[in-house]
Ligand binder design. Structure first.
Ligand code: XIL
Length: 455
């Protein structure tokens, strides 16, 4: 029990006894019942940065009023008092330990339990039992026939630490999460801002990591001044040409590829071309014009069309291949966003994306891979069972990618390093764990799934 909490509980106890034992202001014999809400026990845990066999437990109990708290660290000692500050507990022997925090106030008690799995053969502790089992090989060493990518931000590169360490050790390609989009690179007419993009491209270049440029044209990252363009259609087109030419030229020889156009196709029936400002001002062949300007600016950089729901929607996939076919030699490859679920889409639909791309002799970029483990928002933590299912989906995706011919391979990019950095939590508004590393940079089973998919 925290001493302060015990002290406070003792302070309020006489008052509490007085209230329930005397009649109160109405002077009737009925006791006045003052409802007291239970406090909710909850805690965070993480591996000590200085010792792989020490866990840090942080009591984050929520609720008003006084309470006392105790821990059972699952090592046979029963409940012990919760000392002030973060508890540091050593786990030396292999096994599965249930750690419980019990919190008591006048209304009763609540508990929170978490599992710690210790396997010294694999380097120590694995919170939640969802870490990798035995893999010490780096992804980038295992993927020798294609780039294995992840995303980054200028701020994370500048901060360095574990983020850049993991990027450098595990990944051979990087994509900017949002700073190589038009709203960031071209915030107002005539004023380009490549400061964040430069940080990312230079980091890749300096560390011999491929950079995939994402994305020159995307309706969702179009600055307002472009959406409200004050000028004629031909001035609009000249502006877009200047933007593409300036940007592609700037990174010529420094990056391997560009998504020229992202998400141009509607989801609705018939999957028509999205009615973006680019379509409105430049016509239905705006995609071809953009590819031509990018090609003219850098004949060597690979040019991709990128879109989502390519596996889950055969209709949208067909619409995408129609656009791709109309581009002829201007396009080098197809980027298919892989924002998928642990149980969806089917293997055969993912395979169909690969088959359609290979049959056209194009490069395939399995882009933006994340595998939602909680699509129905019915989980509060990643269970061992769901982690296994997620692992199987990672493995399936990698197996399909790794089986395409060498000439069609380019990169498989995962959309985020660690679970608590995923864009999906904001996008869907609830918790999920869709990536290969947990919040503390521990490799999850999903990481093993990636490696096993290569075999
Ligand atoms: C997302 C980023 O992850 C977010 O940080 C940003 O705010 C919005 O864009 N499809 C894409 C990506 O092509 O660029 C999107 O990335 C996710 C959906």
């Amino acid at each position: 029990m925290k001493l302060k909490n015990l002290f406070n509980l003792l302070k309020v106890l006489p008052l509490f006894l007085l209230i329930i034992s005397c009649g109160g202001p109405n002077e009737s014999d009925d006791p006045i019942i003052i409802p007291v809400a239970k406090v909710q026990a909850t805690f965070n845990m993480s591996i000590s940065p200085s010792d792989p066999n020490v866990m840090l437990f942080d009591n984050k109990t929520v609720g008003k009023g006084e309470f006392m708290s105790e821990w059972d660290f699952g090592q046979g000692n029963g409940f012990v008092e919760d000392l002030p500050g973060i508890e540091e507990i050593r786990f030396d022997t292999d096994g599965t330990f249930t750690v419980t925090l019990k919190v008591t106030n006048e209304a009763g008690f609540t508990e929170d339990s978490k599992t710690v799995v210790v396997n010294n053969g694999t380097g120590g502790i694995c919170p939640n039992g969802n870490c990798t089992s035995n893999s010490s090989s780096a992804l980038k060493d295992a993927t020798t026939t294609f780039f294995v990518g992840n995303i980054t931000r200028a701020s994370r590169i500048n901060a360095g630490g574990k983020h850049t360490e993991v990027l450098k050790s595990d990944f051979s390609s990087i994509t900017s999460e949002y700073e190589m989009k038009m709203n960031v690179m071209y915030p107002s007419q005539g004023n380009y801002d490549f400061s964040a993009a430069d940080v990312i491209v230079n980091f890749g270049f300096d560390n011999a990591i491929n950079v995939h440029g994402h994305a020159l044209i995307w309706h969702n990252a179009t600055p307002d001044w472009v959406k409200d363009f004050a000028g004629s259609d031909s001035e609009f087109e000249a502006m877009v040409k200047d933007y593409i030419t300036t940007t592609v030229t700037r990174y010529k020889g420094k990056i391997g590829s560009w998504d020229v156009v992202n998400e141009a196709i509607e989801d609705g029936s018939g999957n028509p071309l999205r009615n973006s400002i680019f379509k409105q001002k430049m016509g239905d062949d705006y995609i071809k014009k953009c590819f031509q300007w990018a090609r003219d600016a850098d004949p060597n950089v690979l040019l991709f069309y990128n879109d989502y729901n390519m596996a889950s929607s055969p209709g949208k996939r067909a619409a995408m291949f129609k656009i791709v076919d109309s581009l002829g030699d201007l396009i080098d490859g197809v980027g298919t966003q892989m924002h998928i679920n642990y149980n969806f889409p089917s293997k055969s639909n993912i395979q169909a994306v690969a088959d359609g791309t290979v049959s056209r002799g194009l490069k395939l970029h399995f882009a933006e891979l994340d595998v939602r483990a909680n699509p129905d928002n019915d989980q509060t933590s990643l269970t061992a069972e769901r982690a296994d299912e997620q692992k199987a989906k990672f493995k399936e995706v990698v197996q399909i990618y790794n089986s395409i011919p060498l000439d069609n391979k380019y990169a498989l990019t995962v959309w985020g390093l660690k679970d608590n950095e995923t864009w999906l939590i904001d996008f869907w508004g609830h918790i999920d764990w869709p990536l290969m590393y947990d919040d503390n940079f521990n490799k999850k089973k999903a990481y093993d799934g990636f490696l096993e998919g290569l075999q």
